[in-house]
Design a protein around this ligand. Structure first.
Ligand code: NDP
Length: 284
């Protein structure tokens, strides 16, 4: 048995094309990113985001500030973008260099413009089951599961990882789709006992090969979020041999990664629509 590959690229391209169509209709939409310092991985991720934004016809602004910026000045930069009418979406690239307080900076972003979905307001809306902006990676995974018509209701879903940007929002989205959700983390005892039970297994630990083939239930849907740079190149968190055991599986690279960028564009479009709606309501 070989699993069906859930490739991210074709769906991501379709979503990006749909966003581009809507941007043409709506007119000018602006995305601002803020990079603090010069971390090479952040530079690479941001370049990809700006390329994708440009291709979709979004106007994107790349704000770069030095790593040594005082926190109050960084908050001032965010406040200016909040007040800038030509900016619909704002993204502060994480991680921030020490000693900046990430929670404080994220909370400074206007929740309506928070296209990363990291603001406590947006996290709370997701928790309450009425999501506004949802973090792009779990949102992209839900789109990929829907594309492959993976039924979630009544299934046992296991998420490995409980970060605020992947694990926790992923678990909430699965819960809202009526899966029975288990969240595993670094203190979980006997990880394999949990993963073996999973009809849908999402692995976002950032540990190469943490899920071995014998930890995967036969026929399960496996989403490998992990991106690990090893001597053997880029690998995921799941042993690639799981392709012979799973029913559906995402490749690494080319699975979840492309979806994340596409959903950021979709969130920016949504932010523009939300602002339009708010403006209309303000007028009535
Ligand atoms: P974090 O490091 O913030 O979180 C990792 C989570 O995995 C933590 O909750 C941690 O548990 C858990 N974990 C770590 N080791 C183990 C273990 N041995 N057993 C069980 N759980 C463990 O990472 P992120 O959530 O930001 O990212 C996870 C992975 O996904 C990374 O490889 C990252 O590069 C990748 N990623 C990929 C994206 C994409 O677009 N494809 C986007 C975002 C991330 P604890 O809380 O107890 O510490």
């Amino acid at each position: 048995l070989t699993a069906v590959l859930m490739e991210g690229r074709p769906l991501a391209e379709r979503i990006r094309a749909e966003v581009a169509d809507e941007v043409r209709e709506l007119g000018e939409i602006g995305l601002a990113t803020v990079q603090v310092g010069e971390d090479p991985a952040s530079t690479l991720y941001l370049r990809r985001k700006h390329e994708a934004a440009a291709e979709a016809g979004l106007r994107s602004v790349d704000v770069k500030v030095p790593a040594e910026i005082p926190e109050d000045e960084l908050l001032e930069v965010v406040a200016e973008l909040n007040a800038d009418d030509s900016i619909d979406g704002i993204l502060v690239q994480l991680p921030l260099p020490e000693p900046l307080d990430e929670a404080r900076v994220i909370t400074a972003v206007d929740p309506v413009k928070d296209v990363d979905g990291f603001h406590p307001f947006n996290a709370g809306e997701l928790y309450l089951g009425r999501p506004t902006h949802v973090p792009a990676t779990p949102l992209g995974i839900m789109a990929l599961l829907a594309e492959h018509r993976i039924a979630l209701e009544g299934t046992r879903a296991v998420v490995v990882g409980r970060s605020d940007i992947v694990g926790k929002p992923m678990a909430h989205l699965l819960l809202q789709s009526n899966a029975t959700v288990t969240i595993c983390h670094s203190r979980t005892d006997e990880l394999g006992r949990h993963t073996l039970d999973a009809d849908v297994l999402v692995v976002a630990a950032g540990v190469a090969g943490i899920v071995s083939v014998d930890m995967v239930k036969s026929g399960a849907t496996v989403v490998d979020v992990g991106i690990n740079r090893t001597e053997a190149g880029l690998v995921g968190d799941v042993d690639p041999g799981a392709i012979d055991r799973a029913g559906h599986i995402t490749p690494v690279p080319g699975g979840v990664g492309p979806m994340t960028v596409a959903m950021l564009l979709a969130n920016t479009l949504r932010a523009a629509e939300l602002r339009d709606k708010a403006a209309l309501q303000g007028m009535s």
